[in-house]
Design a protein around this ligand. Sequence first.
Ligand SMILES: [Zn+2]
Length: 151
Amino acid sequence: MSESCFICNKHNGDIQTSGVKIYEDEFVYVGHIDKGGKPSYLGHIMIDLKRHAPSLGDMTMDEAKAFGVIMARVSKALKETEKAEHIYAAVSGNSVPHLHMHIIPRFPNTPEAYWGAWEVYDWPEAPFGKNPEIIQVCEQIKSYLEETSYE
Ligand SMILES: [Zn+2]
């Protein structure tokens, strides 16, 4: 835990972000991307490691298992509940040195010129929403995760 870390502070409930918590266990925390009140690309999900560690290569194997499983489950949820046709994933860490993975859906009819984890944002018809829509997406994914098992 690092007191100056945005992600640690979010996990502790010290700062409020868009949407609602989708999932949390001993190892991982899942929520929607936060754009500081500006409209967000709907379904852009963040999977955070609970522990303050910077990169994919810093995980213990127990953390890695939990991270991999939730990555797959959230991706399935986006396909089922948000009708995503493809899922992009990215880990950067340039701005916050606390492992977090971006899970970004691509929706049907997205022109190929906008295919890519960051490119989908530039499609003029991409679904953007503010907090009420973000909360709705979070609740749908949360319900899907609660209703489906690991197997
Ligand atoms: Zn942290």
